[in-house]
Design a protein around this ligand. Structure first.
Ligand code: MN
Length: 282
């Protein structure tokens, strides 16, 4: 688990899926404030940086939003460089797509085997350092003063404390059916759950950090950019499956205690491309 400090600005994005332009947009925003006086800003990626569509602009379907080419290798290279430049300020959460390289079930979204397709783009052994890097990504982040927790998928996991996350083994899910993942235990829920009940969401938050009131996550596509299905859930779509004008990220003062998901949505969501035409309204 990543524990964020109680001051400084936090930028959080979800599900880039190989979209290099979107990565560069949030990285540029981070760089624009990184040298400001005052507490250091933080940048958090909430999983699924990898695996994009291999579909040409002519065949591109409406449900995937604006066209982009999959540039996962370059995105990973630039993400590593950014973290190397700001090691205590740039954080990554594991998504189900990264897990496919670490013992998770095989994913066939745009290729028969997404992980094999990406690894084939590297020279022999070239993916090994990337895999070691991915293996160190966290499963959750907590901003204790802001009272916000971050995961890749919905906060459906049943845990008794943050230590439970340390004990989760990533390997061994190669042949688990995808439809079973969200119910196979805490790891499957953390990476695959699309939603959860209010009761279970609040129980997860309490287990991570007593006083946490808001759960921010991605994984599912929300065409409008975000959804508060009910408290404490705030699902954010920053990139994949959205039109540029609808892509949202979170920007929050880590010293400001959040009271509810609705408050964080109202005051913390920003457009990734403020100049682009929004198809949907916030
Ligand atoms: Mn996902």
């Amino acid at each position: 688990m990543v524990t964020l400090p109680g001051e400084g600005r936090l930028l959080a994005v979800t599900d880039l899926h190989g979209n290099l332009a979107d990565f560069r947009a949030i990285a540029a925003r981070f760089r624009s404030i990184v040298d400001n006086p005052g507490p250091r800003p933080h940048l958090l990626f909430c999983g699924d940086l990898v695996h994009g569509p291999a579909i040409g602009p002519q065949e591109w379907p409406e449900h995937l939003g604006d066209f982009y080419p999959d540039e996962t290798p370059q995105l990973l290279a630039e993400a590593r460089q950014l973290q190397a430049a700001y090691p205590r300020q740039v954080h990554f959460l594991l998504g189900n797509h990264e897990h496919a390289h670490l013992g998770g079930p095989k994913l066939g979204k745009f290729h028969p085997d997404e992980a094999a397709h990406l690894e084939r783009q590297y020279a022999s052994g070239g993916f090994d350092p990337i895999r070691r890097w991915l293996a160190g990504w966290a499963l959750a982040a907590v901003a204790p003063v802001a009272a916000i927790a971050f995961t890749h998928a919905a906060p459906h996991a049943q845990i008794s404390g943050p230590r439970d996350l340390d004990d989760l083994a990533l390997a061994g899910y190669e042949s688990t059916p995808l439809t079973d993942m969200a119910s196979t235990g805490p790891l499957g829920a953390l990476l695959w759950a699309r939603t959860t009940s209010a009761e279970r969401g609040f129980a997860f938050l309490r287990a991570l950090h007593d006083g946490c009131r808001v759960a921010v996550f991605g994984h599912d596509i929300v065409r409008e950019g975000h959804l508060v299905e009910h408290e404490p859930l705030l699902c954010v779509s920053s990139s994949f499956g959205c039109y540029d004008g609808d892509k949202l990220y979170l920007e929050w003062d880590l010293a400001r205690p959040a009271g509810s998901a609705a408050e964080v949505a109202r005051d913390g969501l920003r457009r990734l491309y403020p100049g682009a035409r929004a198809v949907h309204r916030i």
